[in-house]
Design a protein around this ligand. Structure first.
Ligand code: SF4
Length: 339
């Protein structure tokens, strides 16, 4: 049975053509899927009953199942979604008080080959890429389940988006065209896949690039992220400069703050020196401890000291608000538990 979710207008037209209906019907179905987030073909009430019955014989709205759903007291919702082949990924909806923004954090792969030492997903290794349809299906599932409209998408869930770039780019195009989410509200995060950062620079898109740097020097980065052995910080620095020169856009630097590892005054000085000539904002993420490693969250004093040192270096710095602290909101935690 075909899933209507994820189909382009042209693909829906093929279905309506086959049923002998007009292109206008295809546009109606498209709107029900993308703008009205219906769960069932029967909810498409401006289509005739006869047409709906014909459509139901060959298609349904979605083949994706919500396997687990956790709702945090702060409004964050985490889903474990199951695709027809039985593979599961995590998707998170984050709401920030006082803001109308609803941000979906989507996965781009099942598992991940990058194997960062702090990440539950990396421990499972790479299983497969998600298709662009499976990426957009994550946002559609949130919209169908909550009845809300997602306004921002960040590729910060499971997987390394730049190792599945074709599908990620196609999904971004659809978020733009079908969901009417502006390119500036789309953020792609990478662990530092240098050739792909250069490729993105060439594309000169309006979306935001976020780099998970997490370390101020080679030694700490190697400890946290094996990718440093392949794409080291010196080469990464050149790629970041190239990206900024080519696009004129500011990069977001993600920096996981871990107690006594990368949160010292010396680390802040090294980080400031590394980023001195890179146009960027810095997002500090106090580590959210999981059961499987020894990393710890720094004290609030230590977080504020690090923030202030980075601000003195002339950068705009934010500390990421902790979302979903009472659920398994860190990447890979929920899937790990269910498995
Ligand atoms: S943090 Fe991201 S890049 Fe690193 S292993 Fe986890 S999913 Fe992969």
């Amino acid at each position: 049975m075909k899933s209507l979710s994820g189909l382009s207008l042209a693909e829906i037209e093929e279905i309506t053509d086959a049923l002998g209906a007009t292109k206008f019907r295809a546009r109606q179905v498209h709107n029900w899927i993308y703008l009205k987030s219906v769960k069932d073909i029967d909810e498409m009430t401006d289509l005739s009953l006869k047409f709906r019955e014909e459509l139901k014989k060959i298609a349904k709205v979605t083949n994706t199942k919500i396997k687990v759903k956790q709702v945090s007291s702060d409004g964050t919702i985490k889903y474990l979604l199951e695709f027809p082949d039985g593979e599961c990924v995590e998707t998170v909806l984050m709401r920030f008080d006082n803001r109308a923004n609803l941000t979906a954090c989507v996965s781009s792969q099942v598992g991940c080959a990058v194997n960062c030492s702090f990440c539950a997903t990396g421990k499972r290794g790479f299983i497969r890429n998600l298709s662009y349809k499976e990426i957009i299906e994550q946002v559609l599932t949130i919209q169908r389940d909550t009845g809300l409209k997602v306004t921002n998408v960040v590729f910060m869930g499971q997987g390394e988006p730049l190792l599945n770039l074709d599908n990620v780019l196609k999904a971004m195009e659809i978020f733009n065209d079908n969901f009417q989410i502006g390119a500036r509200r789309l953020t792609v995060s990478t662990s530092g896949i240098i050739p792909k950062i250069r490729e993105l620079a060439e594309l000169d898109m309006q979306s935001t690039l976020a780099l998970s740097l997490h370390a101020p020097n080679h030694e700490i980065r190697r400890q946290l992220m094996q990718i440093e052995n392949k794409y080291n910080m010196d080469e990464l620095h050149k790629a970041l400069k190239y990206y900024v020169e080519k696009t004129g856009r500011r990069i977001t630097i993600e920096y996981l703050l871990i107690k006594d590892l990368n949160d010292t005054v010396e680390c802040a000085k090294q980080l400031a020196a590394y980023l001195k000539d890179i146009k960027c904002n810095i997002n500090l993420i106090p580590y959210n401890p999981t059961e499987k490693n020894d990393y710890k969250r720094p004290s609030n004093n230590s977080i504020m000291r690090f923030k202030s040192l980075m601000e003195h270096s002339g950068k705009k710095v934010t500390v990421r608000l902790e979302r979903g602290a009472d659920i398994d909101a860190a990447c890979g935690q929920l899937r790990g538990k269910v498995n």
